[in-house]
Design a protein around this ligand. Structure first.
Ligand code: NDP
Length: 433
C-alpha cells in the first residue's frame, strides 16, 4: 500500500485476489520464495503522457494518457483503453492487474495491460474525438505492436475511437499492422462477434452457472446496469435465452420497462443518437425513468452489472437478496464492492466475478489477433461457437478449482487461483525478469 499511495481501486483489486490465494500458497511455498506476489503487483512498465488537442472552438485542451504494461509472462500485453473523466493511475492499474488473471483464464497466449485517459468523449463532436484519438496515438504508437502490446476498447472507447486510433497508427508507422489493436470494424481487420463478445460471454457464463442449480435464463426476471456495449449485448443474449429483461441504466439514472427492454429503441437512443438512457421512455409508452438512482432498486432474479467499478454496494445487495435474487454475473470490471460480494456469497447467491464472467471480450480479441495473423476472417457462427466453448471452459475451470481447494461454488476463489497458477508458473519458468 505504501508503494502505491492513493490508488484505492488498485488496492481493492489486489486485496481481493490475494485473499483467495492462501490455500495455493500453502501447497506451493516456492511461489512465495520466488516473490511471485510482489512481482505480480509491480507493473513491468507504466507510461504516462500528455495528450494535447484542439477543440472545435480553437481552444487547446490537455488530457493525461496512460498505458500500464502489467505482465507479459503469457504473451504480449493485452487490455483495453478507457476514456472517462474518472481515469487516473489507480483505475488503470486495477484494470491492468485484473486483466492479467482474466487473460490467463482464457487460455490464450496474452499478457495483461490497460490504458486510457481522463478525456470525456461524451458531448464531444466527431472531429474533437478524432483529434484527441490522433494525439493520443501519436505518443502511444511507440509503445505498442502486435508482439508487444495490443490495446482494445473499454468505457468510452468503441468502434469509432478504435478506427481513429488505428488510422493514426497506420499513418505514423506506414504499416497495415492489423494485429496491433482489436475491436476493429469487420471490413478493416475486425472479427465478427467481437462487439457482442463481452455481453454474450457474460450471459453464457451465467447460464452455465445457473445450470449447476438446475436453473436457466428462461423466464428469469433480469436487471442490467449500464446501456453501453457490454450491457446492450448482455440484454440481447439474455433475451435470446428467454429472459425477461426489465431495466437498464446509465450514469444518470435508470429505465424500467415491464414489457421488456426494446433493444431497437435502446440502440437508437444510445448508439445512433448518443443520448442518455432517459430518452428511451420517449419512444416507449409504459416505460418510466428514475433519475439519480441505481438500477438495483428494481427487483430481479438475476443481476448483470455491466457499467463500472463499485456500482453495486452492500445496501443494494441486501435489498436484492431480500427481494429474491438468485445470481449475479459481472459484465463490468469489479462492479460489486467487497462487502456486497461477501453478503451475496453468505446468502447463497450464485456470484460470477468479472475476471471470469466478462473474459469473453478479451478472448474474442485474441481470436481477432489469430485471424489477423493468418489474414483470415471467420464466420459469425464459427466465432460464436469458439466464444461459447471458451466461456464453458472458463466456467468449468473456476468451478473445478474451487472444488479442488475445498470451496465448491466459490467462483471468486476458483477464478483467482486458476488465473494465478498459470501466470505464476510461467513467471517462474522465465526466471527473475
Ligand atoms: P461503454 O462506454 O460502452 O458503456 C459504459 C456504460 O456504463 C454506459 O451506460 C455508462 O453511462 C455507464 N457508466 C460509465 N461510468 C459510470 C459511472 N461512473 N456510474 C454509472 N454508470 C456508468 O463501456 P463498456 O460497455 O465497453 O464497458 C462497461 C464495463 O464493462 C466496464 O467496467 C468495462 O471495463 C467492462 N468490460 C468491457 C469490455 C469490452 O469488451 N468493452 C471487456 C470486459 C469488461 P454513461 O453513458 O452515462 O457514462
Amino acid at each position: 500500500l505504501a508503494r502505491n499511495p492513493g490508488e484505492r481501486e488498485f488496492h481493492q483489486a489486489v486485496t481481493e485476489v490475494f485473499e483467495s490465494l492462501g490455500p495455493v500458497l500453502d501447497r506451493n511455498p516456492h511461489y512465495v520464495d520466488a516473490a511471485v506476489l510482489e512481482r505480480l503487483c509491480e507493473p513491468e512498465r507504466q507510461i504516462i503522457f500528455r495528450v494535447p488537442w484542439v477543440d472545435d472552438s480553437g481552444h487547446v485542451r490537455i488530457n493525461r494518457g496512460f498505458r500500464v504494461e502489467f505482465n507479459s509472462a503469457l504473451g504480449p500485453y493485452k487490455g483495453g483503453l478507457r476514456f472517462h473523466p474518472s481515469v487516473y493511475l489507480g483505475i488503470v492499474k486495477f484494470l491492468g492487474f485484473e486483466q492479467v488473471f482474466k487473460n490467463s483464464l482464457t487460455d490464450m497466449p496474452i499478457g495483461g495491460g490497460k490504458g486510457g485517459s481522463d478525456f470525456d468523449p461524451r458531448g464531444r463532436s466527431n472531429g474533437e474525438v478524432m483529434r484527441f484519438c490522433q494525439s493520443f496515438m501519436t505518443e502511444l504508437y511507440r509503445h505498442i505492436g502486435e508482439h508487444t502490446d495490443v490495446p482494445a476498447g473499454d468505457i468510452g472507447v468503441g468502434g469509432r475511437e478504435i478506427g481513429y486510433l488505428f488510422g493514426q497508427y497506420k499513418r505514423i508507422t506506414n504499416r497495415y499492422e492489423s494485429g496491433v489493436i482489436t475491436g476493429k470494424g469487420v471490413t478493416w481487420g475486425g472479427s465478427l462477434v467481437r462487439t457482442e463478445a463481452t455481453g454474450y460471454g457474460t450471459v453464457l457464463f451465467a447460464e452455465r452457472m445457473l445450470a449447476t442449480r438446475g436453473l436457466s435464463f428462461d423466464g428469469m426476471r433480469v436487471v442490467v446496469s449500464g446501456s453501453g456495449n457490454v450491457a446492450i449485448h448482455a440484454i440481447e443474449k439474455a433475451q435470446a435465452l428467454g429472459a425477461h429483461v426489465v431495466a437498464c441504466s446509465d450514469s444518470r439514472g435508470y429505465v424500467v420497462d415491464e414489457k421488456g427492454i426494446d433493444l431497437d429503441v435502446l440502440r437508437q437512443v444510445r448508439d445512433v443518437e448518443r443520448k442518455p438512457v432517459s430518452a428511451y421512455v420517449d419512444s416507449r409508452p409504459g416505460a418510466h425513468y428514475v433519475a439519480d438512482a441505481r438500477v438495483w432498486q428494481v427487483d430481479a432474479q438475476v443481476a448483470l452489472p455491466c457499467a463500472t467499478q463499485n456500482e453495486l454496494d452492500e445496501r443494494d445487495a441486501k435489498r436484492m437478496v431480500d427481494a429474491g435474487l438468485l445470481a449475479v454475473a459481472e459484465g463490468a470490471n469489479m462492479p460489486t464492492t467487497p462487502e456486497a460480494v461477501a453478503l451475496l456469497q453468505d446468502a447463497g447467491v450464485l456470484y460470477a466475478p468479472g475476471k471470469a464472467a466478462n473474459a469473453g471480450g478479451v478472448a474474442t480479441s485474441a481470436l481477432e489477433m489469430q485471424q489477423n495473423a493468418t489474414r483470415d476472417s471467420w464466420s459469425f457462427e464459427h466465432t460464436e461457437e469458439r466464444l461459447a466453448g471458451i466461456m464453458a471452459r472458463i466456467h468449468d475451470r473456476c468451478a473445478e478449482t474451487a472444488e479442488e481447494y475445498g470451496h465448491p461454488g466459490n467462483y471468486v476463489l476458483g477464478a483467482n487461483i486458476a488465473g494465478f497458477t498459470k501466470v505464476a508458473d510461467a513467471m517462474l519458468a522465465l526466471g527473475v525478469v
